[in-house]
Design a binder for this molecule. Sequence first.
Ligand code: ZN
Length: 164
Amino acid sequence: MIALKNKDDDEPTYTVPIRSQIPTQKSCKKPIKMCSFCTSKDETPLSSNRDKWPICKIENDCFGEICKLLDLADRSKKPLMSALGSFDQTTAAYIEKKYEREGGVGTAKKVLCQWGSSNHKNNVGALKKILEDTMQRIDVVDEIEKWKKLSVCHGCGIKLNKRQ
Ligand SMILES: [Zn+2]
């Protein structure tokens, strides 16, 4: 191995491509990508910070996993609807009755969608905070973190193929 030596540096510098042109502090930012449909519609891309995304833009499979975990209600320190806080008893009872045939997963889906669309501040970041602080469901937060690593369209939220 060829090692070049710097005057001021005892560490050998190997002949690898220098990446000093790339600003390293910004390297965690992923490029904003969109599916061909959203690109053709000239859709305004969502923030690169996915905590700011609306709940309904979480990719379908990931959202399904999140709801499945939330169905394991006895793991939660506080039930979902009272933790989210925007459901009065009548509404909560109505939702539970209406979606009981679909089980807890159906209820969680309905509840999260409704909560997320009722106020634009009820985004992914707000949900994460409730999951961590109020419900103590780190397993669900982990699922959200997995979604954050997934390559998704910043317009509609669908999963993107690697090549897109
Ligand atoms: Zn899209």
